[in-house]
Write a protein of this length. Structure first.
Length: 127
């Protein structure tokens, strides 16, 4: 199964796995699942870190490199995902979340998220 981690799920996977649900922890440890992280999440973490709104356990570059060596694939932003945003209902105002939702729909991946607003979209999610 393809899993696309939202930003918070990725941070918790890396630095606070006890905050993940047992279902999510099991799915992340299952070698049959492919784990993906959107460039949008990396961008969001970088911005929030620079603004002092996000404190990371180590430099973002190192976190991403470590998780890539653990099998997390970085998902680029494609034009098709940007166009997919047009058809989404206006439930969530966060542009990063809307893009990640669109990417999840395009790639037919389950979105790993505990955000109740994201869970209101027509997307397959896991928490």
């Amino acid at each position: 199964m393809r899993l696309l981690l939202d930003t918070q799920a990725f941070i918790w996977m890396d630095s606070a796995p006890s905050r993940l649900s047992p279902i999510v922890r099991d799915a992340l440890l299952d070698p049959a699942n492919q784990l993906h992280l959107s460039v949008a999440s990396i961008w969001e973490m970088q911005i929030k870190s620079q603004l002092g709104k996000l404190s990371l356990s180590r430099p973002l570059r190192q976190i991403i490199a470590d998780q890539q060596s653990n099998g997390v694939e970085v998902l680029p932003i494609e034009a098709a995902s940007i166009f997919e945003i047009e058809g989404l209902p206006a439930i969530h105002k966060d542009p990063f979340d809307r893009l990640i939702i669109a990417q999840s729909r395009i790639m037919r991946a389950r979105l790993v998220t505990n955000d109740p607003l994201v869970q209101g979209y027509p997307v397959d999610w896991l928490w």
